[in-house]
Write a protein that binds this ligand. Structure first.
Ligand code: COA
Ligand code: MG
Length: 292
């Protein structure tokens, strides 16, 4: 998934706009964008939106951001949305493998009750929203087959740290958030799941968004979350491997296949070794998944 567009569950016509936005996934939000007194209504809206959208052949992936396990609201969220068969939940304020195992068990029970296949609902975790979460970002491997991605967030983390800001005056993330971003990337790689970059909130700043997407792709993220439909095209563009990158990757894989046992190969005067092969295979796999 390259682009994952947030839409508040009580967002009215925004829900339909999100479906038509070209995003690879729509994340219906029950958490921060919904006021406490609107949670119950938002659950009903989210469920009926999923039921309407789920059978469309051209639909994006349908995700629901539930409320965090610490809130006491997660069970009611899952009771409302699991019967409507979301592809995944986005779990905010996750704190390592213990949170994933906990959410996994809640999903397993509801899948059984509502007749979904065991493991149908995947989990993407927001892995850096509390200070404690940073210290367990390396613990996600093996926590659940459901876990398919990690992402990160700077807003809740800055609140937990008591910080006044998370970006400097030039708009660059400050050290604690650079650390959170790097831990998300390393935690995802260690768990063999996708790393998805956080939102870019300045939604009229196209150049800033594109730069952040390019930095994220360079560092190993495979996609980025969006808050506005106008952000989707740039995200899809940057996270779609170019024909040139794919051609190079195929050439590297073919050259190693033709030289079994070789540690290094040369193509057009450039040396490639085993890490290049691993990177090429990863890019081809990512491109294949984008076709699905
Ligand atoms: N999904 C779908 N449609 C959206 C959208 C979204 N996330 N954000 C905006 N739109 C729609 C608007 O409804 C509007 O539709 P219209 O032209 O038919 O009136 C159009 O896109 C243009 O919107 P615009 O006027 O530029 O923005 P806005 O002031 O209506 O909305 C936000 C700005 C930030 C409130 C809105 O983008 C939003 O709700 N984003 C998601 C917030 C969220 O989920 N946050 C939680 C995760 S951090
Ligand atoms: Mg939040």
């Amino acid at each position: 998934m390259r682009s994952l567009l947030f839409v508040p569950a009580d967002g009215g016509k925004k829900l339909d706009k999100a479906l038509a936005s070209g995003a690879d996934a729509v994340i219906v939000d029950l958490e921060d964008s919904v006021a406490p007194e609107r949670k119950a209504a938002a659950r009903d809206i989210a469920a009926s939106f999923l039921r309407d959208a789920i059978n469309s052949a051209t639909r994006p992936r349908l995700l629901v951001r539930v409320n965090g396990l610490q809130t006491g609201l997660t069970d009611a969220d899952l009771d409302a949305v699991v019967p409507a068969r979301p592809d995944a939940i986005l779990l905010p304020k996750a704190e390592g493998s213990a949170s994933i195992i906990h959410a996994h068990a809640k999903l397993t029970a509801r899948e059984a009750i509502h007749g979904l296949d065991d493991g149908h609902v995947k989990i993407i975790a927001i892995a850096t929203e509390t200070a404690a979460a940073l210290f367990v970002a390396g613990s996600y491997a093996g926590s659940s087959q459901r876990l398919s991605g990690l992402t990160w967030g700077a807003e809740d983390l800055s609140a937990d740290l008591g910080a006044e800001a998370n970006r400097d005056t030039d708009g660059n993330f400050l050290d604690p958030y650079r650390l959170a971003r790097a831990l998300c990337l390393a935690g995802a790689a260690a768990a063999r799941v996708d790393a998805i970059d956080t939102v870019y909130v300045d939604f009229r700043n196209d150049a800033g968004l594109r730069r952040e997407c390019e930095d994220a792709r360079r560092d190993g993220f495979t996609g980025k979350m969006a808050i506005h439909p106008a952000q989707v095209a740039a995200i899809n563009d940057v996270f779609t491997p170019t024909p040139q990158a794919l051609a190079t990757a195929r050439a590297i894989v073919a050259a190693f296949a033709a030289a079994p046992g070789a540690g290094t190969i040369g193509i057009n005067g450039v040396m490639y070794d085993r890490p290049h092969l691993a990177r090429a295979m990863r890019l081809l796999k990512q491109a294949e998944e984008q076709q699905d």
